[in-house]
Design a protein around this ligand. Structure first.
Ligand SMILES: Cc1cc2nc3c(=O)[nH]c(=O)nc-3n(C[C@H](O)[C@H](O)[C@H](O)COP(=O)(O)OP(=O)(O)OC[C@H]3O[C@@H](n4cnc5c(N)ncnc54)[C@H](O)[C@@H]3O)c2cc1C
Length: 435
């Protein structure tokens, strides 16, 4: 079966859902294809930054976002022994409407965007629909080939295909776009431990020990923990087993030692092969890559979602006009990369610097925290913590909603539907889930 739309978006992550919503608000016929049946996944990062919350406000979604279960991070602090700590990033110093990072399960944010999309007549979200290839004709990408969960296949033709399918993007691979990989010294392992009422709710706390460190991210009902160690050591970690891992965590984060038994097996500990890469060209004729498909980020700073959202806003702003006219030239696609390249390079460069001066010395056992001179400056001049806070929370060149996408704050979607519009043949699309 061959169908037509104006823009087909591969992947319903933060980049794809924001792009789909914004283009639909511009009146562009847009179809988002997502291979999963809902937005419930393994933990993929739950940070919503001040600039993204500002954007949600501009889209008229701020009030509904505020209703989602969330905890707020106002600072990033490093323990320096003797019960003392140094604040390295103080978000409360930011002169913005939301001077904190909201920790919201990513599926809640995606459901919110899906619901907002469902209110737009030209928005379609198809769950359980996996893109398996690109349609190419006359040297141009003309759309995608897909397969649904029940095995049906089809083709969707479009004036533009946007790859928002993340760091292992099939659309990017099929377009022969290869990212430049930057060496990354670390991998991450993610797990949860229970939270107690007396735990500090608002600080992101890194804990360093010889050869590894961990970041504790407080959530309303539990702590999400990123354990960071040398790249390639997942097999050894698993071979040593859960008993050893529990002891390691208890030693690294003594205040969580009383609950490490909540980890019942190494299956509770999810491995992330950390990658940092970037495409040189983000497009070929008929296809554009944005978000992780154009640049996978290190977890340092937790900025991947924010950058993916910013790319989507820039793409919608620059391409809504050409899409409405039905002609999207390579030159128009190149403008998206031009606009987003500098913020991407800046953030990735800072992440690589952090790998070199903070992460590598810790995992090599040479230090247990940031360099002493940096800590000394931050202790003496606490105002300096504004700079990391700004770079993490707002970033360079924050994007704002284009006029066509802005809406006043409103309650529910105008059509009263509580779920997203889906054409899922087997299942009614995204689920509304709260924790
Ligand atoms: C374990 C982990 C922790 C992270 N922690 C953080 C954090 O704390 N803060 C932060 O900002 N970032 C974090 N990140 C990174 C962040 O999740 C990404 O940078 C961000 O989600 C990128 O958004 P995206 O929309 O570009 O891609 P993704 O979020 O990867 O979305 C891609 C979507 O495409 C779908 N898809 C893939 N292939 C196909 C296909 N062939 N057909 C149809 N659909 C397809 C996927 O199912 C997915 O829904 C983390 C990532 C991981 C893996």
């Amino acid at each position: 079966m061959t169908e037509r739309t104006t823009c087909v978006v591969v992947g319903g992550g933060p980049a794809g859902m924001v792009l789909g919503l914004l283009l639909a608000r511009a009146g562009v016929e847009v179809t988002v294809l997502e291979k999963h049946g809902d937005f419930l996944r393994d933990f993929r990062g739950d940070t919503v930054h001040p600039s993204t919350m500002q954007l949600l406000d501009e889209l008229g979604l701020g009030e509904r976002f505020a209703e989602l279960p969330q905890s707020r991070l106002t600072e990033v602090a490093f323990p320096i022994g003797g019960g003392r700590r140094v604040v390295v990033g103080d978000l409360s110093r930011l002169k913005v409407r939301y001077p904190y990072i909201a920790m919201v399960p990513q599926w809640d944010l995606l459901n919110l965007l899906a619901e907002a999309g469902a209110a737009e007549p030209s928005f379609t979200l198809r769950m359980r629909t996996e893109v398996t290839g690109l349609v190419r004709e006359s040297g141009r990408v003309q759309g995608v080939v897909y397969r649904t969960a029940d095995g049906a296949t089809g083709e969707i033709r479009a004036a533009l295909t946007v790859a928002c399918d993340g760091r292992s993007s099939i659309a990017r691979r099929q377009a022969d776009l290869r990212p430049r990989e930057f060496p990354v010294p670390i991998d991450a392992w993610w797990f949860r431990l229970p939270r107690k009422p007396e735990d500090n709710p608002s600080a992101l706390m890194p804990h360093a020990g010889p050869g590894r460190f961990a970041v504790v991210i407080p959530r309303p009902d539990f702590h999400q923990i990123a354990y960071i160690a040398r790249k390639g050591t997942d097999p050894q970690l698993r071979a040593r087993g859960i008993e050893h891992f529990r002891r390691d965590v208890a030693e690294l984060i003594p205040w969580l030692a009383d609950r490490v038994d909540a980890l019942t097996s190494m299956d509770d500990v999810k491995h992330l092969d950390v990658r940092l890469n970037r495409l040189n060209r983000w497009h070929v004729d008929g296809l554009l890559c944005i978000g992780d498909a154009a640049h996978a980020m290190s977890p340092v700073g937790g900025v991947g979602i924010n950058l993916a959202v910013q790319d989507a806003v820039a793409a919608a702003t620059l391409l809504a006009g050409p899409l409405r006219r039905g002609v999207v030239t390579p030159a128009a696609l190149a403008k998206v990369r031009s606009r987003r390249l500098l913020p991407t390079i800046l953030v990735q460069s800072l992440q690589r610097l952090m790998h070199r001066v903070v992460v590598v010395p810790i995992i090599n056992g040479r230090r247990t925290g940031p360099p002493r001179p940096a800590l000394a400056i931050l202790r003496r001049v606490p105002q300096a913590s504004y700079i990391p806070a700004y770079l993490i929370g707002v970033g360079l060149h924050p994007e704002h909603a284009p006029a066509f996408a802005r809406r006043p704050q409103a309650g529910r979607p105008a059509n009263g539907r509580s779920g997203p519009s889906t054409e899922d043949s087997t299942h009614s699309g995204a689920t509304s889930t709260t924790t």
